[in-house]
Design a protein around this ligand. Structure first.
Ligand code: SF4
Length: 195
């Protein structure tokens, strides 16, 4: 696993839990509002942190930290994601995954080992989906991921970051049409900065 950052303790990344956060390197999307370019563009990657180092920290913090979040970048690009999740679980931690939902086959593999999942719905389904992602993509993968998540019996939320440059008024209402009334759905405004 390629890890570009690690936060030892966070109160905001895992609902209701004190959690450590592992930031994986690499993403298959290029969202124009992304603030994690050091985790997305290989030429901006910084020196990584070893997973062993993180495990050793987690071993010492058992009982003080309740959960571990895998986020990125896009964690499902990591070939050993399932293995690493299981290693963290074996220490007694709850595990949350943050994902853009573009890799349903990997999601299917790791869902049985998750306690919580947060998945992006970047835009209304249709041609604009890949405009918001910044790369050619197939939104059917995201739809498949939504179905998998719903069937998995794991706690989850869907979420959208609204970038008004690419999402006209009414976009969020169109996304709400594909999110169930009883499903957790969080919307936030993109913070646009010049790069
Ligand atoms: S999916 Fe997330 S990490 Fe990847 S480019 Fe978009 S905002 Fe950045």
């Amino acid at each position: 696993m390629k890890i570009g950052g690690f936060v030892k303790s966070s109160l905001i990344d895992y609902p209701g839990k004190v959690a450590a956060v592992i930031f994986t390197q690499g993403c298959n999307f290029r969202c124009p509002y992304c603030h994690n370019s050091h985790l997305v563009y290989p030429e901006r990657f910084e020196e990584g942190i070893s997973f062993e180092e993180i495990l050793s920290f987690l071993e010492k913090r058992r009982g003080l930290i309740e959960g571990v979040v895998f986020c990125g970048g896009e964690p499902t690009l990591q070939e050993d994601l399932a293995e690493k999740i299981l290693e963290v679980r074996s220490l007694g931690y709850a595990v949350k995954l943050d994902t853009n939902g573009s890799r349903p086959e990997i999601l299917a593999e790791v869902l049985p080992f998750l306690d919580y999942l947060a998945m992006d719905i970047k835009a209304p389904f249709g041609p604009e989906y890949e405009t918001v992602c910044g790369v050619k993509t197939d939104d059917r993968d995201v739809r498949r991921s939504m179905l998998l998540v719903r069937a998995a019996g794991v706690s989850y939320e869907f979420r959208t970051t609204v970038d008004p440059r690419f999402m006209p008024p009414g976009s969020v209402d169109r996304i709400r049409d594909v999110v169930g009334k009883n499903e957790a759905y969080h919307v936030r405004e993109a913070v646009i900065t010049e790069r």
